[in-house]
Design a protein around this ligand. Structure first.
Ligand code: ZN
Length: 240
């Protein structure tokens, strides 16, 4: 059994197809989605339907939430808000119902998944420091939890104290807890434009980050053609 765990796809179909293809080549047997299937890029319907058709565990992201509601977009920066408004106009009522029904966190076999944080999953806080991770660890009842939201691949380990380890191949050791960010498929923000996801093998207790080049110019051309802000296209190449 080998899980491909991915999130923050953000309507980037070229990146997502590349990830799914790589996952299958790498022998993934199961898929898990950490949320934010839509928002920012130009293919929300295709990405949502690809995830839905995998029939895999999925949690709700903040863009999934906003795209499926009709509330004011007060907590979003202007770029994100324009993309969310555009996404709302694309999605059918059935797509929105499907997004709205997603849970904020889930137990998958013996691990947990959440989009943002475990201490307050629906407030969309960002875990960027050991301190943020400590708060989330208090609510983590499994040894391993995967999350997204920051678009930066990284991992926190709780032993005697909480420390950050580099997003390399990670061995899950007994007696420790792990809070692992899979990075972003469709809009990485660690200054590396390549799509990011992880492979988790429970039998070997290994977590491996994968970074993949994809057809970024097609994704960018679609953003421009859709009339979305040009900045959303240029930021993809900058990885931020
Ligand atoms: Zn996101």
């Amino acid at each position: 059994m080998r899980y491909a765990i991915f999130g923050d796809i953000h309507a980037n179909l070229e990146a997502f197809q590349t990830v799914l293809e790589d996952a299958r080549t790498q022998g993934a047997t199961d898929f898990v989605c950490l949320g934010d299937m839509v928002g920012y890029n130009a293919d929300p319907i295709a990405c949502l339907e690809l995830v839905r058709d995998l029939q895999c565990p999925v949690v709700k992201g903040n863009h999934d939430e906003q795209a499926s509601e009709n509330t004011e977009l007060t907590y979003f920066n202007p770029l994100a808000a324009r993309a969310i408004q555009w996404t709302r106009d694309q999605l059918s009522p059935a797509h929105k119902d499907w997004l709205r029904a997603l849970k904020f966190s889930r137990l998958v076999r013996n691990f947990t998944i959440v989009h943002a944080t475990l201490d307050s999953p629906s407030s969309w806080g960002y875990i960027i420091s050991d301190l943020d991770a400590s708060a989330s660890f208090s609510y983590q009842h499994t040894q391993v939890c995967f999350y997204g939201h920051t678009h930066v691949p990284r991992a926190f380990v709780r032993d005697a104290r909480v420390t950050e380890v580099p997003p390399d191949t990670l061995i899950i050791e007994p007696g420790k807890k792990y809070f692992i960010n899979a990075g972003s498929v469709g809009q990485p923000r660690d200054e590396d434009w390549r799509a990011s996801y992880v492979l988790y093998s429970p039998a070997q207790q290994t977590v491996e980050w994968r970074r993949l080049e994809y057809d970024i110019s097609t994704a960018q051309a679609k953003i421009i053609a859709a009339g979305l802000p040009e900045r959303l296209a240029t930021r993809l190449s900058e990885g931020r």
